[in-house]
Design a binder for this molecule. Structure first.
Ligand SMILES: Cc1cc2nc3c(=O)[nH]c(=O)nc-3n(C[C@H](O)[C@H](O)[C@H](O)COP(=O)(O)OP(=O)(O)OC[C@H]3O[C@@H](n4cnc5c(N)ncnc54)[C@H](O)[C@@H]3O)c2cc1C
Length: 481
């Protein structure tokens, strides 16, 4: 009887297209393990929203394993020590896992290699999180890409991604170690239960991910190219939390999208646009793998000297969706109430925080980290730096999103804004994105008392824009000397 092998689930909570699980199952009976390690990653331990998702995702994974006569072993604690204990308890000497790209992942993997080799086994790491590995995609000079377009071109020019793998036939160790009960991980909010009703909005787990992909490809991808910017339209996939937890692999998405393109060539342009967004996810992960300070420090170090303000009232108004700018407030409330925010609105609120309120992007990154169901170290850090102007391939600092114009353009009929900011829902479209310009009688007829039922704008758009541009011009002048 071969020794059992540990399969250590990380951000790959699925059974299909998992090369490491295939390898583990070929080696012998498997012990599937998940460890909640709140020390790993330090301040980047799971935020509140992702804990909610994790709870449900682990539950689904366990059920999928039980349907195959297995079980997910849950433990809590420092990863290396916990795996050492598990090896002792089970006699396993081999550990299998999918590769991760966070700055701390490599250190952890080195420790596990030493641990397993010290016991006559090995720690084996497989791809499964990205389509392209960071070592594969380099500039002609062998350096990492810092600009998306040539990066993605190089990805598309390289090897065709191989086909996804089916679920392997799994056999499980006869003597499974003890597991914590899922509830013992304490992942769900209790008092208050701010996630009430989320189970009607989301379906965590591998089957939920596959359903979301199929529904998107069947009904919405054909309008993705144009519709993806309009937050009231259901034209984006909402796959990001599933991808964050690895309930679906980008390779599976790639294969399904290619299949659709061949079956329905008219969808090709939209499908390619969608795959380019998956490309942004690859790009962000490659950047963080190669520039590990990205989540904490400005990629463009000039921005370390930017005169960020520290107005706590501004930050709090932004967090609560009480800035007086309806599209910004709609986004922040969508985030709080559902754990999600549409990409267009993420850009608007991020620009508002960093440029109108001159608040450091790290505050926004941290708030998103706690509130987003898809909070992902690489995508979050790179996107905040992109909007804030300090990132690789960043939006130029002088491009300041106008929250009024953005609302009028991307939520013209106000469907999105009215849903999340109901206290101004009765305003006519003309004033919905700038209630302060509405005549007194119009406000009264809509039941809006500015400063009472809905805030006055916390900053004046034009003045804030000017202040931001001056601060940026000063920074440029300081560093061009
Ligand atoms: C300030 C800010 C913070 C963000 N933080 C995160 C985050 O923590 N986690 C996260 O997954 N995305 C983040 N994004 C990127 C993007 O907003 C989300 O990925 C997207 O809104 C998810 O919705 P969707 O699945 O419907 O996307 P779709 O449009 O259907 O795109 C498909 C997939 O491509 C990836 N993707 C799309 N856009 C981007 C992007 N700009 N950068 C990286 N990957 C992308 C996601 O995995 C997404 O699920 C952030 C964007 C901004 C502006």
């Amino acid at each position: 009887m071969p020794k059992p092998a540990i399969y250590w689930f990380r951000a790959d909570l699925r059974l299909s297209d998992l090369p490491g699980l295939v390898a583990a199952s070929n080696a012998g009976p498997v012990i599937p393990v998940y460890i909640l390690d709140d020390q790993l990653g330090d301040e980047w331990k799971f935020g509140g929203a992702t804990r909610w998702w994790l709870h449900h995702s682990l539950d689904r994974l366990n059920k999928d394993l039980m349907a195959r006569d297995g079980k997910l072993i849950l433990r809590r604690g420092e990863t290396t020590a916990t795996l050492a204990t598990l090896m002792q308890e089970t006699g396993a000497t081999q550990i299998y896992a999918s590769r991760q790209y966070q700055p701390w992942a490599q250190q952890s993997e080195h420790e596990l290699k030493d641990l397993a080799q010290g016991r006559g086994g090995d720690f084996k790491r497989y791809p499964g999180t990205l389509i392209f590995e960071p070592e594969e995609i380099k500039t002609g000079g062998g350096t990492p890409f810092k600009v998306f377009t040539p990066f993605w071109r190089a990805c598309l020019k390289g090897r065709d991604p191989s086909q996804p793998l089916p679920i392997p036939t799994l056999s499980f160790s006869e003597s499974m170690p003890k597991s914590l009960e899922l509830e013992e991980l304490g992942l769900l909010p209790t008092r208050p239960n701010w996630a009430e009703g989320w189970e009607t909005l989301w379906c965590p787990g591998e089957a939920g991910a596959e359903d979301a992909l199929q529904a998107f490809l069947a009904s919405h991808v054909s309008d993705y190219g144009e519709g993806r910017d309009f937050p009231a339209q259901p034209n984006t996939s909402r796959l990001s939390p599933h991808l964050k937890f690895g309930e679906i692999s980008p390779r599976q998405i790639w294969a399904a999208a290619q299949h659709l393109k061949h079956a329905e060539p008219a969808t090709a342009a939209s499908v390619d646009k969608f795959l380019a967004e998956i490309g942004w996810r690859e790009f962000c992960n490659h950047l963080v793998a190669q520039f590990p300070a990205m989540p904490d420090r400005a990629f463009n170090s000039k921005f370390d000297h930017f005169p960020w303000g520290d107005n706590e009232e501004y930050l709090s108004a932004w967090q609560q969706g009480m800035t007086g700018y309806p599209i910004v407030d709609a986004g922040m409330r969508e985030l709080w109430q559902t754990g999600f925010m549409h990409n267009r609105v993420r850009m608007v609120v991020a620009s508002f925080l960093t440029k109108h309120l001159l608040t450091h992007w790290r505050h926004g990154e941290e708030w998103f980290w706690d509130c987003l169901l898809d909070a992902d170290l690489a995508s979050n850090a790179c996107s905040w730096q992109w909007v804030g102007g300090s990132g690789a391939d960043a939006s130029p600092y002088f491009r300041i999103f106008n929250p009024i114009a953005q609302g009028e353009k991307f939520d013209k009929t106000g469907e999105y804004t009215r849903k999340w900011v109901p206290e101004i829902a009765e305003l006519p479209d003309k004033y919905l994105h700038k209630p302060w310009e509405a005549p007194a009688l119009t406000l009264e007829a809509a039941g809006v008392a500015l400063g009472e039922t809905y805030p006055q704008p916390i900053v004046d758009h034009k003045a804030a824009r000017e202040t931001a541009l001056i601060a940026y011009a000063n920074l440029r002048a300081q560093f061009s000397e």
